[in-house]
Ligand binder design. Structure first.
Ligand SMILES: *[C@@H]1O[C@H](CO)[C@@H](O)[C@H](O)[C@H]1NC(C)=O
Ligand SMILES: *[C@@H]1O[C@H](CO)[C@@H](O)[C@H](O)[C@H]1NC(C)=O
Ligand SMILES: *[C@@H]1O[C@H](CO)[C@@H](O)[C@H](O)[C@H]1NC(C)=O
Ligand SMILES: *[C@@H]1O[C@H](CO)[C@@H](O)[C@H](O)[C@H]1NC(C)=O
Ligand SMILES: *[C@@H]1O[C@H](CO)[C@@H](O)[C@H](O)[C@H]1NC(C)=O
Ligand SMILES: *[C@@H]1O[C@H](CO)[C@@H](O)[C@H](O)[C@H]1NC(C)=O
Ligand SMILES: *[C@@H]1O[C@H](CO)[C@@H](O)[C@H](O)[C@H]1NC(C)=O
Length: 793
């Protein structure tokens, strides 16, 4: 009987535990945690409208966030670590016994935590309002996300004194930008651009002709609170108020300060999952200050665009918000003679050096000519002439209703062909893509990790005993799992031995750069032996960036560690010499083992295909820096003694493109025949360019010849690449349902010794990777999965 009860209880508990796994909880208990790998990596409010947990944009970077469960793009309303994403594996959110909610990265560093703490806290609950609260048994709230808004306010959430909404830096990003919504010191709710160079209020309008008091607002209520209710009515203590166009209950809304600086109220259509705008602060997007940076001009349109005035060029071609810089030297030298280049329908807010009216055009021009500080002037002839001389050019805007013309002061002899080119940023290169993702906070985390190295080597120097005491303490404090994660990372840090070398050292190692083993677009490679007898390949870079960036970028590459990627051991950065030190890979590159008589057999070819896929998947999806290779080809795939492929030259797109002048920026990286069509069409470059090149390599593995060559058909027909012909022929054979099609297309040198199933899979995969439409190409992650599934026969 007892036994029966026991068995019953056992099964009962099995059933209940499996049920509880499927139902998502709305809370985290004290002492428990969430992590990306867990089944239960999210919690959900009771009515399921909000979800809270780890969030990512198709990469290995995660944010601890709260989002709308039912919106199509999982709209995020709050993030804990907006400027410091954490790794997917090993990151954890824990409600500690101390009552603090703590987010830790894979190496155990605390990325974010709640403050203050109370051991009274028993639970973290996600409420139906979207508020995540820490409370005790009695229901008293100790901390809530509603007190720490990011860029969004939810119904009933109160924006309080000294709190603000901060926009994201760009779309599809959480990183803090420069626009803010808060009460200013005279108690008025304002939108402010607070950038690196200037700060400027743009709502309520700073125009002298616009009187905020006339709209009934007041500066004499210092309670400084603002909120909107479930009906869609917004009220602030300065009597600012508005109502949603779809006023009424039962609609989910959010008030978001968007990355373009506009404050918008959105309503969710629950059936389509899409948002519509039910109110916005500024009707004219170009009235937002700061969006186009110094000297930049906002061109009004459906979507505002940034442009440079005549005589100016982009400061940073990859980021329009950095504005424009003069294409000439600004000087106060008396001998320089100036002229003015006009741009109609344009004006800049603020920074007036001199205002005069009535005045003639010539007199206005003379004011600007005589004052060295004057960079441009605005003149309009409405009745009597109106003249503004500008000492700085910020908040520029251009639309046909504007009466004035701007006249830009440039030296005589300056060519004026660079007139207001509309800059839509179509020349995105690999370097540009990586610039955007490798933002400064990434480097900051790199710096932190360097400190870890010192810490660990220090501990080992003091002695084992000391270390054990520390470890024991950790064990007790953090629990076992976190300790292991810490240890693993520490171990990896010590064993990488990534370091700087002196030029002398490398010159000795390579016997004064004697043995050349390769030559590529980015530099020449020499063989060498270090003092500790490690054999290395030393790459001498031709054209690279100057200064501190080199170290930051190289150390980013140095942290990448995967068996299918050539390891970087160090670098040398002296004024004239930029060298990279790599592990030496014993065997030849893939082209030498594929297009020669010394060719690989089927088994090796298939392993090579899997290995390259794993290496690329790691670069695209796993490492925090999201590296796009941009030059995948057989020459860049090295084979070790066991024919494991190792990809070389990754991360270099970034180093070599940033060279000295910006002229190199538009240079396309890659090798003809392996380059995706996006390059030719000036489309944004994504990881899918590597997928395309990978597809070409896969088909070459299959066919055993170079497919990247161009062939010309007989009677003066169009030229066609070998690849296109191959794809066309195989597709036709498949369509005609020829039984032995694969036998007809595969490398005849294999003498029929190959796995049919694997060959068919590779052919199909190759076809989908070289699709013209990049959205139809698979991701490297899914390629790896596909190949592993048919690895064993
Ligand atoms: C809130 O706004 C509404 C609509 O604009 C207005 O009628 C109402 O008086 C405001 N309430 C308060 C308390 O200011
Ligand atoms: C200040 O604003 C708040 C919130 O709108 C309101 O409740 C309060 O009565 C106002 N105080 C005064 C003195 O007007
Ligand atoms: C919501 O979306 C559906 C489907 O797109 C559409 O038919 C419907 O009219 C929308 N409702 C509202 C209120 O806009
Ligand atoms: C600006 O001045 C620097 C040094 O004074 C000179 O090297 C450079 O060529 C000048 N540039 C232009 C566009 O005149
Ligand atoms: C503007 O310049 C004119 C001519 O130089 C001068 O007379 C006037 O005082 C200036 N006005 C201001 C506000 O500086
Ligand atoms: C460096 O740049 C110069 C000029 O742009 C070019 O001629 C040279 O070939 C480049 N060197 C390398 C190694 O790429
Ligand atoms: C490549 O590897 C094979 C197998 O280990 C070995 O026999 C051969 O000598 C290597 N070739 C080179 C050029 O190192």
């Amino acid at each position: 009987m007892l036994m029966k009860t026991f068995i019953f209880l056992f099964f009962f508990s099995l059933i209940t535990s499996s049920v509880s796994k499927n139902t998502i909880k709305d809370h985290i208990e004290r002492g428990s945690s969430l992590s990306v790998e867990d089944d239960s990596h999210v919690i959900m409010s009771l009515d399921k409208s909000f979800t809270c947990g780890f969030y990512s944009f198709q990469s290995n970077a995660y944010w601890f966030a709260i989002w709308y469960t039912n919106s199509k793009d999982r709209t995020v309303v709050w993030t804990a670590n907006r400027n410091t994403p954490v790794n997917g594996r090993g990151s954890k959110l824990r409600l500690r016994k101390t009552g603090a909610m703590v987010l830790t990265d894979v190496d155990g560093t605390i990325v974010w935590e709640t403050n203050p703490t109370s051991t009274d806290v028993s639970i973290a609950v996600l409420l139906n309002t979207g508020n995540l609260v820490l409370k005790n048994q009695k229901g008293e709230i100790f901390w809530q996300t509603f007190d720490h808004p990011t860029d969004t306010l939810l119904p009933s959430q109160i924006l309080k004194k000294s709190k603000n909404l901060i926009s994201a830096l760009r779309s599809e990003s959480f990183e803090s930008g420069y626009f803010g919504l808060s009460f200013n010191y005279i108690n008025v709710l304002t939108l402010v651009y607070d950038g690196p160079e200037i700060s400027s209020v743009y709502w309520p309008s700073p125009d002298p002709g616009f009187n905020v008091w006339a709209f009934g607002r007041t500066a004499y209520n210092s309670s400084r609170i603002a909120y909107f209710n479930d009906l869609g009515i917004f009220n602030a203590s300065d009597r600012m108020s508005f109502t949603a166009t779809d006023l009424g209950l039962g609609i989910r809304r959010r008030l978001t300060l968007d990355y373009d600086g506009n404050l918008r109220l959105y309503s969710l259509n629950e059936s389509s999952g899409l948002w519509s705008i039910s109110w916005q602060a500024l009707a004219q997007p170009c009235n937002v200050h700061g969006i186009c940076g110094r000297n930049g001009i906002c061109i009004h349109g459906d979507k505002p665009e940034c442009s440079c005035p005549p005589g100016y060029e982009l400061s940073d071609p990859t980021d329009l918000s950095h504005g424009c810089k003069p294409s000439f030297n600004q000087t106060c030298d008396k001998s320089t003679r100036f002229k003015f280049l006009p741009l109609p329908y344009t004006d800049y807010y603020g920074y007036d050096l001199n205002f005069s009216s009535p005045i003639s055009f010539e007199a206005c021009r003379d004011i600007c000519l005589k004052d060295c500080r004057c960079e441009a002037f605005s003149y309009r002839l409405t009745g009597e002439g109106v003249c503004f001389a500008k000492s700085a050019l910020f908040n520029g805007y251009h639309y046909p209703q504007i009466l004035g013309t701007m006249y830009f002061k440039v030296p005589v002899g300056m060519e004026s062909q660079k007139y207001a080119s509309i800059l839509t940023g179509s020349n995105t290169t690999c370097a540009a893509v990586m610039l955007m993702v490798g933002s400064p906070f990434m480097y900051e985390s790199a710096k932190k990790k360097v400190k870890w190295v010192y810490l660990y080597s220090f501990a080992s120097a003091i002695g084992v005993l000391e270390a054990l005491v520390i470890l024991l303490g950790w064990w007790l404090f953090y629990g076992k799992n976190e300790l292991l994660a810490n240890l693993e990372d520490g171990y990896r840090m010590i064993s990488t031995q990534f370091r700087g070398f002196s030029y002398k050292e490398l010159s000795r190692a390579t016997q004064n750069f004697k043995v050349e083993i390769g030559r590529g677009g980015s530099g020449v490679v020499y063989k060498g032996v270090l003092e500790d007898e490690r054999v290395v390949a030393v790459k001498r870079l031709g054209n690279v960036s100057e200064g501190g960036e080199f170290w930051a970028e190289v150390s980013t590459i140095g942290k990448i560690n995967h068996m299918n990627l050539v390891r970087m051991w160090g670098f040398c950065s002296q004024v004239q010499h930029k060298l990279l030190v790599y592990e030496y890979v014993e065997n030849l590159s893939l082209d030498k083992r594929l297009f020669s008589s010394n060719f690989l057999q089927w088994k090796e070819r298939f392993e090579v295909a899997i290995g390259i896929a794993k290496g690329l998947a790691y670069l695209h999806h796993e490492c925090l820096e999201w590296v796009i290779h941009c030059d995948v080809k057989p020459e860049n795939i090295l084979l070790d003694g066991a024919f494991q492929p190792k990809i070389a030259d990754f991360g270099l797109a970034k180093l070599s493109q940033r060279s000295g002048q910006n002229t190199e920026f538009t240079k396309i990286r890659g090798t003809k025949g392996y380059m995706a069509p996006e390059w030719a069409h000036s489309l944004p470059i994504t990881a899918k360019v590597d997928v395309y090149s990978y597809g070409v390599v896969v088909l070459e593995l299959l066919k055993g010849i170079r497919l990247s060559n161009i062939i010309v058909h007989g009677e003066g027909k169009d030229e066609e690449s070998e690849l296109m012909r191959f794809v066309r022929v195989t597709k036709k054979e498949i369509e005609e349902e020829k039984e032995l099609w694969i036998e007809e297309v595969i490398d005849p040198r294999l003498g029929g010794l190959f796995s049919r199933r694997q060959a068919v899979k590779l052919a199909e995969l190759g076809h989908s990777c070289v699709e013209e439409d990049r959205n139809r190409r698979p991701t490297m992650d899914s390629v790896v999965q596909l190949l592993i599934d048919c690895e064993t026969e």
